[in-house]
Design a protein around this ligand. Structure first.
Ligand code: COA
Length: 160
């Protein structure tokens, strides 16, 4: 007897396979402003991204010629790895882009642990981090938007 075809179930984030990641370059900034419109409104944010592009600390995700997300990793927090920004274009969300970017940051980070701050009300980012194996490590008082932030972390290397 012929069996009915079984549905293939994949998570939406695993379904996205076209994203590639690379180190961002200075001339990516205009495209990043489409991914992250806050870069137009917030000079401090724009400067952070400019510095990261200059220092090779910005990773961009591309789909063909388009930049669909970016993330920054530095060692600006307790001498550990720190991700001050991670952003995916609205039209490219739930396709695994952030998962891919985080994986690349983890690969590049030479520190023992990687810390990521997330607004306390940012449920999508908290779900993302938990799915990627991050655990809450505490919270800060308030960010510029007047919101407290939860800080997540992941051990990248065996504890010494
Ligand atoms: C949070 C953000 C980075 C997620 O990017 P993304 O590319 O959509 O994330 P992924 O596709 O890799 O999602 C991986 C998992 O995260 C979780 N997740 C992502 N978005 C979610 C949402 N809106 N609601 C619930 N869970 C979500 C899911 O578990 C998802 O897996 P699934 O799709 O198989 O269910 C994106 O929504 C974004 O740029 N938001 C604005 C900026 C921001 O909040 N940055 C995060 C700072 S840490």
């Amino acid at each position: 007897m012929k069996q009915a075809p079984q549905p293939i179930v994949v998570s939406t984030s695993e379904a996205f396979s076209a994203a590639t990641v690379r180190t961002g370059a200075k001339d990516d900034l205009p495209a990043l402003k489409f991914v992250d419109p806050l870069l137009r409104a917030d000079p401090d944010r724009a400067q952070l991204v400019r510095d990261a592009l200059r220092d090779g600390q910005c990773v961009v995700a591309t789909d063909g010629d388009d930049i669909v997300g970016y993330a920054i990793v530095n060692d600006g927090f307790l001498y550990e790895g720190f991700v001050p920004l991670l952003m995916v274009a609205i039209s490219s969300r739930r396709c695994g882009v952030a998962t891919r970017l985080l994986g690349e940051l983890e690969r590049r980070c030479a520190k023992q642990r990687l810390f990521v701050p997330v607004g306390a009300s940012n449920v999508p980012a908290q779900c993302l981090l938990e799915k990627c194996g991050y655990a809450p490590s505490g919270h800060t008082h308030v960010n510029d938007a007047g919101e407290s932030e939860n800080v997540y972390f992941k051990h990248l290397k065996p504890r010494r």
